[in-house]
Design a protein around this ligand. Structure first.
Ligand SMILES: [Zn+2]
Length: 322
């Protein structure tokens, strides 16, 4: 039986049955064992010490082979879920394996990552709170952790999410600039347009930011996107045979109508239509251009483009000029 004192007051005396109780609560697998439990009533906290028994073989975290234990790392502390409203901490000097192939490595612990300050269960709970409470300081208050700790947990969650994200099978990528904050600041966002998933975010709006967010896409897929972009920026008469084929493939894949109605298809049609617009020297012809609905590459009106709707500013300028 262990006795704990603080300022002359007995804080707790533990019984061996208590270790079995906490072992169950923590779902601690053998041969890990609890060697100490300290309850501090004044500070409303429980400190649980866990050990790997001396002489027990360990698993190399790289290859999984059983091997001897080299030594222990210095003691680390993990914040765990509360026990009956008492902040709970796990203490352990994690053993290091001695693998013939991989040398000394810190073994994995079942309650969390060996380099983390929180157990997995605490992090899961904290992330749920962070998702529900948008203000970080409020989440930190609920979790009874500091603002910095809440921020660190959020960063770790984002890092894990980014690691998990899949880019294979994405058909439509979007790069957007968004502003936020009282002093308008910009960020560049890369998203999967089909399921509204944000894939990457970079500060500012610049070519560098766009390049940075695109790095999340594997190099081969990035090349395809890059070539498609150049295809639509170039004039059709300057397309190479390869680019002509690419255009045909895109139209075939989408269907001509669907492509024409898509945002990129419409943007390209309007861009092409305006090439003729800039050649007009008489305002009257420019006005007619709008009256005809900007007459696309085929000479037919472009849906939504007329003097009264989509391009009122240009139209008004022309009217004034004439
Ligand atoms: Zn190994």
């Amino acid at each position: 039986m262990n006795l704990y004192f603080q300022s002359g007051e007995v804080l707790m005396a533990i019984h061996p049955a208590l270790t079995a109780h906490y072992r169950k609560l923590l779902d601690l697998p053998a041969p890990w064992r609890i060697t100490d439990i300290a309850l501090n009533v004044a500070e409303k906290r429980v400190d649980i010490t866990i050990e790997w028994p001396e002489g027990k073989r360990v698993s190399c975290p790289v290859c999984g082979k059983r091997c001897g234990m080299k030594d222990h790392r210095e003691e680390r502390v993990w914040r765990h879920l509360h026990t009956m409203n008492f902040a709970t901490f796990l203490h352990c000097r994690t053993p290091r394996s001695e693998c013939r192939e991989h040398g000394a490595k810190t073994i994995a612990v079942p309650w969390g990552e060996s380099n983390s300050r929180w157990t997995l269960l605490f992090e899961i709970f904290a992330v749920e709170v962070l998702q529900e409470v948008s203000v970080l300081s409020k989440a930190a208050h609920i979790l009874r952790i500091s603002w910095d700790e809440a921020q660190a947990i959020r960063k770790r969650a984002v890092k894990r999410g980014l690691k998990r994200r899949e880019t294979a099978g994405i058909e439509h990528l979007g790069i957007d600039e968004k502003s936020f904050g009282k002093k308008v600041r910009f960020i560049t966002v890369l998203s999967d347009l089909d399921d509204g998933r944000v894939l990457e975010v970079a500060p500012k709006k610049s070519t560098e930011s766009a390049k940075k967010v695109m790095e999340v896409i594997p190099k081969e897929e990035r090349e395809t996107v890059r070539h498609t972009r150049y295809l639509f920026l170039k004039r059709p008469e300057n397309w190479s045979d390869e680019q002509k084929k690419q255009y045909r493939d895109i139209k075939r894949e989408y269907g001509a109508t669907k492509f024409a109605q898509s945002r990129i298809g419409r943007a390209w049609t309007i861009k092409e239509a305006f090439r003729h617009f800039w050649t007009y020297v008489q305002p009257v012809w420019a006005r007619k251009f709008f009256d005809r609905g900007c007459g696309g590459t085929s000479g037919r009106p472009i849906a939504g483009c007329n003097r009264s709707s989509r391009l009122p500013e240009c139209s008004r300028t022309i009217s004034t000029a004439s």
